[in-house]
Design a protein around this ligand. Sequence first.
Ligand SMILES: C[S@@+](CC[C@H](N)C(=O)[O-])C[C@H]1O[C@@H](n2cnc3c(N)ncnc32)[C@H](O)[C@@H]1O
Length: 222
Amino acid sequence: MTTHMGLFTPSTLNLRPITADVEFFRAWLRRPRRMGSLVPSGRRLAAAVAACIRPDTSGVVLELGGGTGSITRAILDAGRVAPQNLVVVEREARLCAIIASRCPGTRVICGDAGDLRALLARAGISKVSTVVSSLPFLSMRESENRRILDAAFGVLPEDGEFIQYTYGPASPIPREFLKAYRMTGKRRGWVLLNIPAAAIWLYRRTADAQSHIAAQPPAKAA
Ligand SMILES: C[S@@+](CC[C@H](N)C(=O)[O-])C[C@H]1O[C@@H](n2cnc3c(N)ncnc32)[C@H](O)[C@@H]1O
């Protein structure tokens, strides 16, 4: 495994999922609020999240909070995103190594999503088509959530999508915040066969934003 400026390149390690689960649990013991769950997402949740990515997606897909790579792997397995277009941000170095091992070809950035703007700039990424987030927003500080969402919504184009799963019934991103970014959220469904059961949310720009753009006066002919 090699690292360069926090960027993990594909490694020759071949860590098995059981090792990954142990590393995840260790990380939870160190920082329970940051991990948000005792265990990584199960296969069904990971596949359901991956299936929310539009089939016609193109360009970079950004995953936040990659953990042990359960969702990263499911995204690759779904076949809609090429490994070189998948960029994963995870702050736990040992988990970054596991993702790089399980998902060769993906770009794994080991860093704090709170510094997302700088991390993306350093990686030369200015636009992403979709953000897939596993970050535990409900147990994170509001100021941190704002920094992350500010940067993430900032790199999403008008037709960009933000996918997030959560363990509660309500949207993990508050409505007031979404409004400020002209985003709207919809729960896509629950995955009950996961520990814990999880709901998947999909956020897009509001219709208002689209009509606002459409309502702009046409440019005058020269
Ligand atoms: C609920 S776990 C999900 C992991 C994985 N995506 C899965 O589905 O199993 C949340 C992950 O987000 C990571 N995380 C939490 N806060 C973060 C931050 N500020 N920057 C980057 N990663 C963060 C944690 O280290 C953890 O791996």
